[in-house]
Design a protein around this ligand. Structure first.
Ligand SMILES: Nc1ccn([C@@H]2O[C@H](COP(=O)(O)OP(=O)(O)OP(=O)(O)O)[C@@H](O)[C@H]2O)c(=O)n1
Ligand SMILES: C[C@](O)(CO)[C@H](O)COP(=O)(O)O
Length: 218
């Protein structure tokens, strides 16, 4: 079964505030370059969705497509650009991908049809009240924070995207689209280092981790 890595990298990086986020560099290498390099050993091809008008950096061994206005639209554009039987969707914004997690997600996707990296929630959770003060405590037992990579049989994910498009349904990730169609999604233990670079604080963390990671990638 051929496996394709699909990297949505067409975001504008509004919360980070440094322009298109996938091109932001950490210790001399772009977030996109780091994510793509981590995926290459696990897949037969890599496809990247880019903002309109931008081209792939030279160090990214991939095929580019133009992304959409949302992450969901960018993933759909990527899905339509490959005929691989299995796809591994991974945010460009998660540059530190342990090889064991990528391998486990692909294996689970082959077995179940859909799988995602995720971590059990470790913090106390509360829904804020109207004034921004403490509202209701959310019991955290059984709650997982969803990461990428997420692996799928391509036909299942394409059908789930088609159903969402028909209904005008927007999801924050692809596993959620599968679950919405009644499909099973296996939760695979992720990794704290797989955090998403979203805010300036996350970028500072990435800059601190990069030298350690580059000396001994996992
Ligand atoms: N229209 C979009 C929006 C997001 N993404 C990608 O989806 C991943 C997760 O999105 P996020 O972290 O929210 O990135 P941005 O949309 O760039 O960030 P922001 O919401 O702060 O603008 C990123 O790799 C981003 O490039 C994409 O391919 N196409
Ligand atoms: C796909 C994702 O990374 C899983 O946690 C997340 O939902 C992306 O959210 P964003 O707001 O598009 O960064």
């Amino acid at each position: 079964m051929r496996v394709a890595a699909l990297i949505p990298a067409a975001g504008s990086g509004t919360r980070l505030g440094l322009g298109p986020k996938a091109f932001v560099e950490v210790a001399g290498r772009s977030l996109l370059g780091r994510s793509a390099a981590a995926l290459v050993p696990h897949v037969d091809e890599v496809l990247v969705a880019l903002p309109a008008g931008l081209t792939l950096p030279r160090d990214v061994p991939a095929r580019a497509v133009t992304g959409g206005d949302t992450r969901q639209a960018s993933v759909l554009a990527l899905l339509r650009a490959t005929d691989a039987e299995v796809v591994l969707v991974h945010d460009a914004a998660r540059p530190f991908l342990p090889g064991a997690v990528a391998g486990a997600v692909i294996a689970a996707a082959r077995e179940v049809g859909a799988a995602t990296a995720a971590l059990p929630v470790a913090d106390t959770l509360v829904r804020a009240g109207p004034g921004g003060d403490w509202g209701n405590l959310i019991p955290r037992e059984g709650l997982w924070a969803v990461q990428t990579p997420q692996g799928f049989r391509r036909d299942l994910l394409l059908a789930a995207h088609g159903a969402a498009l028909a209904d005008g349904f927007a999801a924050t990730d692809d596993a959620g689209l599968i679950a919405r169609t009644g499909g099973a999604v296996r939760l695979v233990p992720g990794d704290a280092r797989l955090f998403k670079v979203t805010t300036p604080g996350d970028l500072a963390l990435a800059q601190a981790l990069a030298p350690v990671w580059d000396a001994a990638p996992v």
